[in-house]
Design a protein around this ligand. Sequence first.
Ligand code: 2RA
Length: 340
Amino acid sequence: MGYRVAVVGATGNVGREMLNILAERQFPVDELAVLASRRSLGTEVSFGDKTLTTQDLDTFDFTGWDMALFAVGSEATKTYAPKAAAAGCVVIDNSSLYRYDPDIPLIVPEVNPQAVHDYKNKNIIANPNCSTAQMVVALKPLHDRAKIKRVVVSTYQSVSGSGKDAIDELWNQTKGMYVPGQEVEPSVYPKQIAFNVIPHIDVFMDSGDTKEEWKMIVETKKIIDPSIKVTATCVRVPVFVGHSESVNIETEDFLDEDEARDILREAPGILVVDKRENGGYVTPVECVGDYATFISRIRQDVTVENGLNLWCVSDNLRKGAALNAVQIAELLGREVLKKG
Ligand code: 2RA
């Protein structure tokens, strides 16, 4: 016996990836409901070799459904997630709405699976921000071995993190650079993204950090350890899918690069590609469609007593969103609901 699962926001990039991954991983689904706003009503979406037609989220009754994977913005989540939770359907939410609620677990299954038992407070589990998810997968095994004190991270985030319009903007703006008269002015982003980088993701906060940077700080503390000091610079780059991160780590105990590499090689969810030669590292175009968090360029940071540098790349629509949500569903089923 399997689960009755709803995917909310099934026509968006992340919603479609959730369906792809539920099928790829043969999640035990007895019944699947694909829900969307009235605007997308009747849209057909793929689930493995099946084609499903979206139902109206506004009128859907979640009673008797086991789990609802939400892949919609915070506003729609605010309206419909409590409705699903109150009907007894466990919500796994990809928006940022509930991530910082102390009564709601924020989970990366390779890092803090034990937190899945904390969902009972509000029948909701939060999925982390995409740039946080891949980073904490890499940090956790090193933290367990040598206790991380401080993290300095610079991100190189693909445009798919901003949605379909951003993908179109990069494509059309790039084409427009070569076709006179087809120039495309910035609209999704404040500045040109083609052949450019933009050090601004989400809104600016009083501290001078952007909210994306704030999310990485707060979420890393909630998922791994509140004592870890984190500072982040999040940058949008002209890449379609795949977030990259340059991560500098300072630990309490000394950890040499070879031991760090061995620890990462054995850690869940990680693939180490690290050779000091041409091509001996992973780039975003190579991670697309993969489940793994790829780690390269592992080396000592000799400017501090116990420092390490590494390069971290992952598919932001998968580990950064849809895959992590499905892994939470698997964890919830295995550890709590125990059907399937
Ligand atoms: C981004 N992390 O990359 C944000 C939201 N997905 O735009």
